[in-house]
Design a protein around this ligand. Structure first.
Ligand code: HEC
Length: 400
């Protein structure tokens, strides 16, 4: 494990006072109506009250008061390990082979969950055997961010770097970046993976000073959102934060999560969705007042309240966007984002439905015929290969 004083930080200020706030208010009438679809939820049925869960678009880990469950397609299996779990995640395996279903227990152990096998403490596999782990998040490719006590760590598949960070509250990741929340600022670390402009992958930090940030989220494309009380900010093209939404009053934004390329937020019983620069809101109450949101890798969102979960999605019409939502976007995040984000190492941007549609033949050739993508040593999982295969077949049916 490498220790590091952390990347050097460029400081920026989030500025509220200089803006005219009226257009951003929930009641401004400026926001589009969110057309919401309630999907038939898990078949968890009577398997216990849900405490938390994670969904990467291919698999779900559900922590219930009756133990952990792992769901993949039509298969639902109970994992070993009846104890008090706080948080579940699906993270790139420390040995580089696929994805691990993990959970963190009340003592700060990061454990791999499997059916029929006792939970395996995998902290040591990330070089963190003597640390209490409080949270874990994926950041695209093989990047994993871990929250420790007054520190955080970033694993990139080859090494783990530990950054001391007094007073750190939360870490999150997405689009090959990591965001770290403190009481009076949010730090974002870029350059964790090599790109054409940064061939050695030298981390660079950026610090946003602000009063009491309450949530941070990074989408699969690496777009940063920060909530502070009733205000929601989005990173703009000049690297600052712009206000995009103000809730009408207490309790403010209670849950803000990234899901694939989108952002979801709970404003009381109203559900909000931000994607491609536009914000939409439900017009009728859509959430229980105590709902907690959990983003799914395919862009949908889980609302958890009173031990029950509901899966929600936007109604999409265009078939390529729908394919992207139905799993290809999540395949991209897991298997391609490390090199194919805009400005990424390969110089080929594959981070959208339209980019995939435009390169359909090359993708089929490289991924399914010649097996040269992803590059050697990073084989696609069977599920991900099947998703790409069915997308090329579907696409052929529409555009033979
Ligand atoms: C570790 C880095 C890496 C990963 C992961 C990766 N690629 Fe690539 N990819 C590259 C590089 C570098 C190139 C450009 C050089 C080349 O063509 O081989 C490339 C080129 C391509 C091309 C050719 C584009 C063109 O028009 O020339 C396609 C298609 C492609 N990748 C698809 C994918 C898909 C789909 C995935 C995920 C399933 C993926 N790649 C994962 C590094 C990567």
């Amino acid at each position: 494990m490498t220790k590091s004083p952390g990347p050097s930080f460029l400081c920026l200020l989030a500025c509220l006072s200089c803006a005219d706030l009226a257009p951003y208010r929930r009641d401004s009438g400026r926001f589009a109506a969110l057309d919401l679809r309630r999907e038939s939820p898990t078949r968890l049925g009577a398997r216990g009250a849900v405490q938390s869960m994670a969904d990467d678009g291919a698999r779900q880990v559900v922590l219930t008061d009756d133990g952990p469950w792992i769901i993949r397609g039509q298969t639902i299996e109970r994992a070993q390990g009846q104890r008090h779990w706080l948080k579940a995640a699906l993270i790139p395996a420390a040995d580089g082979a696929g994805t691990w279903a993990v959970a963190i227990d009340a003592d700060g152990h990061l454990c791999r969950l499997r059916p029929g096998v006792d939970p395996e403490d995998v902290g040591a596999r990330y070089g963190l055997e003597h640390e209490q782990i409080a949270d874990v998040a994926t950041a695209g490719g093989r990047l994993v961010a871990l929250l420790l006590k007054d520190a955080y760590a970033i694993a990139d598949g080859a090494r783990v770097t530990r950054y001391p960070a007094q007073g750190v509250r939360a870490v999150t990741g997405g689009g090959t970046r990591v965001a770290v929340r403190f009481d009076e600022r949010v730090d974002v670390i870029d350059g964790l993976l090599p790109t054409a402009q940064n061939p050695h992958g030298t981390p660079r930090g950026r610090s946003f000073r602000m009063k009491a940030p309450t949530a941070v989220a990074l989408t699969a494309r690496g777009q940063l959102f920060v909530a502070a009380g009733s205000a929601l900010y989005r990173e703009n093209s000049s690297g600052g934060l712009s206000l995009i939404y103000l809730s009408a009053g207490a309790p403010g934004l209670t849950s803000v999560v990234a899901a694939g390329f989108a952002l979801w937020f709970a404003d009381g019983t109203t559900l909000g969705h931000v994607e491609d620069g536009s914000t939409a809101l439900t017009t009728a109450p859509a959430l229980a007042p105590t709902s907690r949101l959990l983003g799914a890798g395919d862009g949908r969102v889980w609302a958890l309240a009173g031990g029950q979960v509901t899966l929600l999605a936007t109604n999409r019409e265009s078939s390529s966007a729908a394919d992207w939502d139905n799993g290809l976007g999540a395949v991209f995040t897991r298997a391609c984002s490390e090199c194919h984000l805009p400005g990424g190492r390969s110089d080929v941007d594959l981070s959208s439905a339209s980019a995939w549609a435009a390169r359909r033949d090359e993708i089929r050739e490289r991924v399914l015929v010649k097996h040269t993508m992803p590059p050697a040593g990073r084989a696609l999982s069977e599920d991900d290969a099947a998703a790409v295969r069915s997308w090329t077949h579907e696409a052929q049916r529409f555009h033979p």
